[in-house]
Design a protein around this ligand. Structure first.
Ligand code: XIL
Length: 365
């Protein structure tokens, strides 16, 4: 008779572990075999956990399985951005987005739109086509075409992305974008009203970065963002949530959970929900040692999610990718030593990292 205890204590990997659990009592066997997914843990808290997706869900079975296992919501990383939707003026290509939406629907996932109005990822033809006489029409036509196509199918839209700029380059606290120049400061209100008309059922989100750290700049950007949201709400503009881009660094620094949660609760006091969007943890300046780096990255996930998930108004937590096999940070925040960046929850071989455990722990509360 094989000694069950010996097998389990021997910690035999792979088949041994399977054998050990198959010898375990049914209750333990069930528990051992069913580690709750991140989407399950999130749903148990009444929120959604998800991630950004792209072509990898179609080209990599192992990546697709990880997304299906852990994501209760997905958002296209770039395929819904204007430069991918309307490369030639008046010629729309929704094929990639339709495939991502079909993937979400087939797997019972909620779907986010990102993003209707941004100063980046604009089509090459736009700068020469837009002027103060047609800016509003170009903006609302885009919103009607894109948000209208997916009417009733989306959980939420990032309607306006990164409009606040507190630097000297900003104009009255707004980023000096083609939208400010050719539509005017009311472009944000116009965008939200157009999005609400095109898709009345979607939660409409203002999304921005630089709102997390307890630094002077963070304080100024949080104040400017709150003032803008107060103005929109006081005018009855259909804005429903603030999206906090969760692009942070390891080791986490300049982070005071009291500062961030106070800001989130101030936003919630306007009647708005909170989403932490685009979470990833850059290890660009972390030590080279993988175990040390992975631990620091995990600590950063734990710190940021531990704070934001404690805010009652928080409805979703979204990472900007799930596996180190693909992260925009490999291009945008590469390490000087040339080592592969490790900002996400799974290795490029789809093994769970300490960051996965940290997110699971934060979701458990
Ligand atoms: C990034 C994508 O991850 C990249 O693939 C793309 O080249 C540029 O945009 N804030 C945002 C996201 O709102 O849309 C950006 O995504 C990352 C910063």
């Amino acid at each position: 008779m094989v000694d069950r205890r010996h097998l389990i204590e021997a910690g035999l990997a792979g088949g041994g572990a399977l054998l050990a659990t198959s010898l375990a009592p049914a209750s333990a066997r069930g528990a051992a075999m069913q580690v709750p997914s991140l989407s399950t843990l999130a749903k148990q808290r009444g929120i959604l956990f998800g991630t950004a997706i792209g072509p990898l869900v179609a080209t990599s079975q192992s990546y697709r399985e990880v997304v299906v296992a852990d994501a209760g919501l997905v958002v296209p990383e770039y395929e819904m951005k204007w430069r991918f939707i309307e490369k030639t003026q008046g010629v729309y290509d929704f094929s990639a987005v339709d495939r991502r939406l079909a993937f979400a629907q087939q797997n019972g996932m909620a779907f986010r739109g990102h993003t209707l109005v941004w100063h980046q990822s604009l089509p090459d033809w736009l700068p020469n086509a837009i002027n103060p006489g047609n800016g509003r029409q170009l903006l609302t036509r885009h919103i009607n075409a894109v948000a209208g196509r997916y009417k009733g199918k989306l959980h939420s839209w990032d309607v306006v992305n990164e409009a606040i700029d507190i630097s000297p380059a900003g104009v009255g606290g707004l980023r000096n974008t083609t939208w400010l120049q050719n539509v005017g400061p009311d472009y944000i209100q116009i965008a939200f009203e157009a999005a609400a008309a095109a898709d009345p059922g979607a939660m409409l989100v203002y999304n921005d970065y630089g709102l997390i750290y307890a630094s002077g700049g963070g304080d100024m950007k949080r104040a400017a963002t709150l003032r803008m949201l107060e103005r929109l709400v006081s005018r009855g503009v259909p804005v429903h949530a603030l999206g906090l881009q969760g692009h942070i660094e390891a080791p986490i620094r300049n982070f005071d959970p009291n500062v961030l949660s106070r800001f989130c609760n101030d936003v919630a006091a306007l009647g708005l929900k909170i989403m932490i969007t685009e979470i990833d943890v850059s290890d660009q300046y972390a030590p080279a040692d993988i175990a040390v780096r992975d631990a620091l990255v995990a600590e950063a996930y734990q710190a940021i999610l531990g704070c934001v998930l404690a805010v009652p108004a928080t409805v979703a937590a979204v990472t900007w990718g799930l596996s180190d096999i693909h992260s925009w940070l490999a291009t945008y925040r590469p390490r000087k030593d040339g080592l592969q960046v490790r900002p996400l929850l799974y290795t490029d071989g789809m093994q769970k990292k300490p960051a996965w455990e940290a997110v699971a722990s934060a979701l458990r509360g």
